[in-house]
Design a protein around this ligand. Sequence first.
Ligand code: PMP
Length: 375
Amino acid sequence: SKKQRSQKLAALPLREELRGQEPYGAPQLTVPAMLNVNETTYDVPADVVEAITEQVRRAATELNRYPDREFTALREKLAHYLSRESSLEAPLSAESIWAANGSNEIMQHIFQAFAGPGRSVLSFPPTYSMYPLYARGTYSDYIAGEREEDFTQSPESVAQQIRAHRPNVVILCSPNNPTGTALSLDVVEAAYEAGEDSQAMVIVDEAYGEFRQQGTPSALELLPGRERLIVSRTMSKAFALAGGRLGYLAAAPEVADALRLVRLPYHLSAVTQAAAEAALDHSQALMANVERIKTQRDRIVSELGEMGLDPKPSDANFVFFGGLQDEKTAWQHLLEDGILIRDVGIPRHLRVTAGTEEETTSFLESLRQHLAAES
Ligand code: PMP
């Protein structure tokens, strides 16, 4: 039974700080509309499935050998993709790129190299809830910073908190999960300058970067001349490749050299490299869905507003909204209609992923019915 297993776990010589903890993870339920973990809900396009299959088939003939430890071809493609995606004046070189099994592993590498025992990490909740867990896993001290009432961040407040805490690593999440809004570059610049004293590495987690509103710049633009700045991205969201597990970053080449010191040898399997390369070869086809998702995202914001709820502006593929009488009953009502969204533990608020037009319609209709029944 569950109880016996947990008693057996308690009998193991587990690290003190892991005792009584639950593993991280949202419910994985199979329902008609799974809108709770910000995946792309469109199927992988047929020609992309073909291309991935073909490239993995070729990789399979050499699976007796270890993969390219330096994932050279993949880094070239990622550098090229990012330079184009953000229209960078100074294109990135492959030496500026590092990759790992999801941006979760990217973050773990950064913490292993730049945080750790006796060092600290600062981020600004409500934000991605894995940040304190990377800190726990690497024995780093975690500092929870503060945001404004409306969940935004000002350059002054961010700089002041960095000067006060003198962290070794700062994480800015832009667009922020779960609140959805991107940071303007002056916040990133202010964080970088304020981190000068404690020589803080400043990470901008742009997991949702491709969904940003027209005119919102990427922090990639700030990389030249800033060797403590890291911009992290993932193929889990815009590339519809969450199952492929490929996260990556752009930074000064010496940052990648630092991460080489902590990565496990051959951490990116040949199968992973093949799948990611094939998806990158089809980035244009995959980005067509990004546009469709952005349309549904904007529709959710406007319709929730019309319903009298309080949706936050979103640069991501999800919308965070408040104004509910009770988030638990709303979440349950949606689930009974076959729609799974995310309760992030903030009273009267929920977060929904922008899916296909049909999924969005069913979400909005179900929520409308719930609100009508409540009043
Ligand atoms: N950063 C943010 C802000 C996220 O929301 C997520 C996934 N939910 C990740 C990183 C990790 O994504 P992955 O490991 O799939 O790249």
